[in-house]
Design a protein around this ligand. Structure first.
Ligand code: PLP
Length: 659
């Protein structure tokens, strides 16, 4: 259990049960849902892995937690304003996710944040049933964008156009004047406060977005000049995502609150302070200030913001604004889990971190055997045989001292290098090179045993080369499609088996995906419980022939689906939407419970799969790249018929290929 630190990153939703399976509890009252069981049943129903499993109830829970934390902070501090959350749709555009956010947030008028015309259209269509909810319009805006905002006001949607550049004001006023509506305007401020994480460049005076103090003053004066200062109602800022320092958050809020107060004093009808996103997720479960973690709670975050705004407003004598936040990552990350299978394993890994005496003896035996080749192959060379003899001497001359361990390691690495050089110069055969490689591996294993026995402090480069060999588990997944941040910004996501958790895993492994890209791998993992630094390997179980081995990747609900690319033409994966619920009787594996779950779903112990959606087909991905299915078929048909005519292929085979 502690190996995968589930209690750190997974609480209160994910836990390891006595069955050895990873289970999901979507609410406090819900029965634990066995993830492995869901996947097996889904496969029996025809849904292949990899599969993205959504738990909308977790979004609801997170939303209640964010809203509840602000409500609590407001009540306990006596703050005079209210909280109004909005969800930035860029985090996850999926219709079901957005419907869940709006539906769960309806009692609180929870709104949306958009940053483009397409997102705006989507929000307009969805917000009709959320009266009173805010629609925050960020991003670069042209006349067409402004016209959409005007339509929102005409429809009674509470849109606020947040100006990112001074010139957007004229465009907005022109479009609003055409329809005679009163615009509601916000300003995005470029704050001086910076944060140091991946998204640190979103903040600071040289940030890409926002208005400088000079721009802000100019916009207010321009509005006042046309008698529309009262249209300015909101001050927005966003200093970046995954902010791992609460003091940076409160410093930014305080800086923004002073700007807010100034705007109120300059005659604007200020009502909202919008603190943007930035609330992070504890991906590695260490509750630390590392980029993958979070050293404070949502409650701390809410009370830090409320207190900072309150203090400045009281000091400057302005009314307490409605506090808006645009939490994306914190709201939806937990709700989806990506499950994929291991297809095969490559490479022999040491079974344990230290090498015992038996293994060392075996390694020595191996090196000697390689050197004692009584019948050298016809392609044996003097250089090759000399290298093999030298390898054989390494274990024999190894002494139980740190110095000897270091020297033996350096010598072994040098022999391997010499073999490579000799091969490149045509002086040794391929078989000899392979034998030297094998002997060097065996010698290193022997040296590792000796190093552990004398507790030798080895130099870093020696330690690196003395590391146990690592197995590669091939996973049925594209990192670029399903977890692009792992590749792009070295984001850590928890990855672990979802079954066999009552067995000790023994194989240190990295994960290699299906793409033919060397970056398509996972070789950095969250630290095991109690550790701090990311781990270079993940401890996995030996594969059992004929048995599935399923891994889950967690906390992937924000950004990953929408940032994923079709690199190597991998399309989006199949999706299951699961909610907790009791079946009248547990349906046996494979049977669907259509009455409860609808025509496309099924049910199992404690859960109902509401929908199974097919991922993108190869045809779909090809069409996106403008390949026309019929043209492709015609091209292959012509090639097959030419091959059959020329006798390279039997006509029967050509016909069956084209049928
Ligand atoms: N608001 C704005 C303007 C953003 O650019 C972003 C993301 O970068 C967010 C909100 C969401 O941030 P987070 O996911 O950290 O909550």
């Amino acid at each position: 259990r502690s190996l995968y630190a589930v209690d750190g990153w997974g609480r209160p939703y994910f836990s390891v049960e006595d069955s050895g399976h990873l289970c999901v509890k979507t609410t406090d009252e819900a029965q634990a849902i066995d993830l492995y069981e869901v996947c097996l049943r889904a496969q029996q129903q025809g849904t292949q892995l990899p599969v993205l499993i959504r738990f909308p109830e977790i979004i609801r829970g997170r939303l209640h937690e964010i809203q509840g934390s602000f409500d609590h902070a407001i009540r306990s501090s006596g703050y005079q304003g209210v909280y109004a959350g909005v969800f930035p749709v860029k985090c996850n555009h999926d219709r079901k996710v957005l419907e869940c956010v709006l539906e769960s947030g309806r009692p609180y008028s929870y709104g949306l944040e958009v940053g483009s015309k397409a997102e705006m259209l989507m929000a307009m269509a969805m917000m009709g049933s959320s009266p009173g909810a805010l629609l925050i319009c960020n991003g670069y805006k042209d006349a067409a964008f402004m016209r959409l905002a005007v339509h929102c006001w005409e429809l009674g949607i509470r849109a606020v156009v947040v100006l990112e550049q001074p010139q957007e004001l004229d465009i907005l006023l022109e479009e609003a004047a055409k329809s005679g509506v009163q615009p509601v305007i916000g300003l995005r401020a470029k704050l001086a406060t910076r944060h140091g994480g991946h998204w640190g460049t979103t903040s600071g005076e040289n940030a890409k977005f926002g208005l400088s103090p000079r721009d802000i003053v100019a916009v207010v004066r321009n509005l006042a000049a046309v008698g529309m200062a009262d249209c300015l109602q909101l001050l927005h800022f966003h200093i970046g995502s995954q902010i791992s320092s609460l003091s940076v958050v409160t410093e930014a809020v305080s800086e923004a609150a002073y700007l807010y107060a100034e705007l109120a004093h300059m005659g604007a009808d200020m009502r909202f302070i919008d603190c943007g996103g930035g609330l992070g997720v504890d991906y590695d479960g260490t509750a630390s200030d590392s980029h993958s973690s979070l050293p404070f709670t949502i409650k701390d975050y809410a009370s830090g913001i409320v207190c900072a705004v309150q203090q400045v407003c009281e000091e400057r004598g302005v009314c307490a604004p409605t506090i808006v936040t645009e939490s994306g990552r914190a709201l939806v990350s937990h709700h989806s889990v990506l499950v994929f299978d291991v297809i095969s394993r490559q490479g022999q890994a040491a079974q344990a971190d230290s090498v015992d005496a038996d293994e060392a003896a075996e390694a020595e035996h191996h090196v000697e055997k390689a050197a004692r080749t009584e019948e050298p192959s016809a392609r044996a060379t003097p250089k090759g045989q000399a290298l093999l003899q030298a390898c054989a001497r390494v274990p024999r001359s190894l002494q139980p001292t740190a110095e000897s361990v270091r020297d033996s390691c350096m010598l072994t690495l040098s022999l391997r290098q010499q073999a490579l050089k000799a091969f490149k110069a045509g002086c040794i055969s391929l078989e000899e090179r392979a034998s030297v490689d094998e002997s060097c591996d065996a010698a290193l294993q022997h040296i590792r045993g000796a190093a552990a026995a004398v507790h030798a402090q080895l130099p870093d480069d020696v330690q690196l080369n003395c590391r146990p060999p690592v197995a590669s588990y091939h996973i049925n997944l594209s990192v670029f499609r399903s977890a692009p941040d792992m590749w792009a910004i070295q984001q850590l996501f928890p990855v672990m088996p979802i079954h066999r958790l009552d067995e000790q895993p023994t194989v240190p492994a990295i994960l290699a995906d299906l793409t033919c890209d060397s970056d398509g791998k996972i070789d950095s993992f969250i630290p095991a419980a109690g550790a701090k630094a990311p781990a270079p390997t993940l401890k996995l179980h030996e594969l059992t022939s004929g048995e599935p081995y399923l891994l889950g990747m967690f906390l992937t609900g924000a950004y990953q689906e929408i940032m994923g690319s079709a690199h190597n033409m991998f399309g989006s994966v199949n999706v299951l939407t699961v909610r907790s619920g009791r079946c009248s009787e547990d349906s046996p594996a494979g049977s669907s419970s259509r009455s409860r779950a609808g025509s496309s779903g099924f049910a199992g112990p404690g859960y109902v799969v509401e929908a199974m959606e097919q991922g993108e087909s190869a045809c779909g991905v090809l069409a996106r790249a403008r390949h026309v299915r019929q043209d492709m078929i015609e091209a292959v048909r012509a090639a097959a018929s030419a091959a059959a005519t020329e006798g390279h292929m039997k006509w029967g085979a050509a016909r069956s290929m084209l049928s």
